[in-house]
Each structure stands twice: as C-alpha cells, then as structure tokens.
Design a binder for this molecule. Structure first.
Ligand SMILES: Cc1cc2nc3c(=O)[nH]c(=O)nc-3n(C[C@H](O)[C@H](O)[C@H](O)COP(=O)(O)O)c2cc1C
Length: 193
C-alpha cells in the first residue's frame, strides 16, 4: 500500500498557503494519496480587512478543509507550514499543535515522519526558530523529523531544519525560484522514505 501524506498549513498573507499548495501539486504528480488542510484562524477575517495582502488568497484559503488531529491519524508523513511570528510558530499553529495533547499519552503519532517549512520577513527574522518549534513538537509526539539534505538542489543551500522562504517586510514576495526548486526536490526525497 502507498504512503499517505498530509500537508497542514497556517497562512494569512498567502505565502505558506502557496508553498503548501505547491507541495500538494507536486505529490499529486507522483500519484500518492495526499490531503491539504488549513489550520483554523479565528482572526483571519479581521486581518484581511486590515491588510490587502491578507485579502488576496483569503477565499482560496478558506475553501480548504480545516485541519483536525483526527484527520491525520492514518497519514505516514506530515508536513507542517507556519508563518514565523516573533521567532516562533503563529498562535493559530500553536493552538493546533496543542490540540494533539489527548493523543500524546497514547503515542498515536509515534514513528510518523514529519517535515516542516516556514516563511518569515528576512534572514534575521528567526525562521529557523519557528522550524525548531515544529521539530520539538514532532519529537514530543514521537515523530521522526526529516532534515533537508545538503545536496537538495545543486548550487543552492537550505537550512537543515526545514524550508524557509523570505517574504519581505510586506509579506508580498511570493514563493518562486529557489524555494519552488526546493519543494520539488524535497517531495522526491520524501517519496523515497
Ligand atoms: C504577529 C507577527 C509577528 C511576526 N514576527 C516575525 C518575526 O519574528 N520574524 C520575521 O521575519 N517575520 C515576522 N513576521 C512576518 C511574518 O513572518 C510574515 O507575515 C509571514 O511569513 C507571512 O506568512 P503568510 O503569508 O503565510 O501569512 C511577523 C508577522 C506577524 C503578523
């Protein structure tokens, strides 16, 4: 039987959504069972009214099925994507991660593979700390975190901890070029696990 992959993201300005969607499209090409789920954000409507960039993908994001922990039970590989907020995951992603707590004593997620990505404003923004939060969460759940290999894309370097895309001060530098290459190459690697 083939692997099942779940991609769970939080996004208000659209960048983590676009990365998650790229992973989804790429896995679909490989004919694996894959689901794309969004983390619930009770403040999304309010944020979209304040920032044009947050309104751009709002309807598309909200059309995606909301994530619950139960929807991940039968997945072999989990991919988590969160914006970096103050050198951490976003509040919405943290609430989602905390909702795993009933299943921690059962060891329900033990042995699953977990890969993570984030976006942040720039290289000084602490994106690797956000990835680290998701890695530590995965370890608490007994999951095996998947690092980025040093030779992922020839001539390009990526953090070992996961993929990071820099969106700039206005969150409007959309994923393209290097990060898309990284996503495609990472899908190939994840398929081999
Ligand atoms: C509350 C808040 C905190 C943020 N903190 C950081 C930060 O610590 N470092 C950084 O580089 N960017 C920070 N940002 C910018 C976000 O990382 C950026 O808006 C996000 O990557 C966009 O992701 P999205 O398009 O998927 O919503 C912050 C943004 C918000 C709203």
């Amino acid at each position: 039987m083939g692997k099942k992959i779940s991609i769970v993201f939080h996004s208000t300005c659209g960048n983590n959504f676009l990365i998650a969607k790229e992973f989804f499209k790429e896995f679909k090409k490989h004919n694996v069972e894959v689901q794309l789920l969004r983390v619930k954000d009770p403040n999304f409507e309010e944020i979209a009214e304040q920032f044009a960039v947050a309104a751009q993908y709002k309807n598309e994001i909200l059309s995606i099925e909301e994530a619950t922990v139960e929807k991940l039970f039968d997945s072999d590989i989990l991919i988590f994507g969160s914006p970096t907020y103050f050198g951490n995951v976003s509040g919405a992603m943290k609430v989602f991660m905390d909702s795993f707590s009933p299943h921690w004593p059962e060891g329900r997620f033990w042995g699953k593979k977990m890969f993570s990505f984030t976006t942040c404003a720039n290289g000084e923004g602490g994106g690797d700390l956000c990835l680290s939060t998701m890695t530590i969460f995965a370890q608490h759940m007994g999951m095996i975190t998947v690092p980025v290999p040093g030779d992922l894309v020839p001539g390009e370097s990526f953090p070992a901890y996961g993929l990071i895309h820099y969106v700039g001060d206005y969150a409007n530098i959309r994923p393209s070029g290097k990060i898309i290459q990284g996503i495609r190459a990472m899908c190939e690697r994840l398929m081999k696990l």
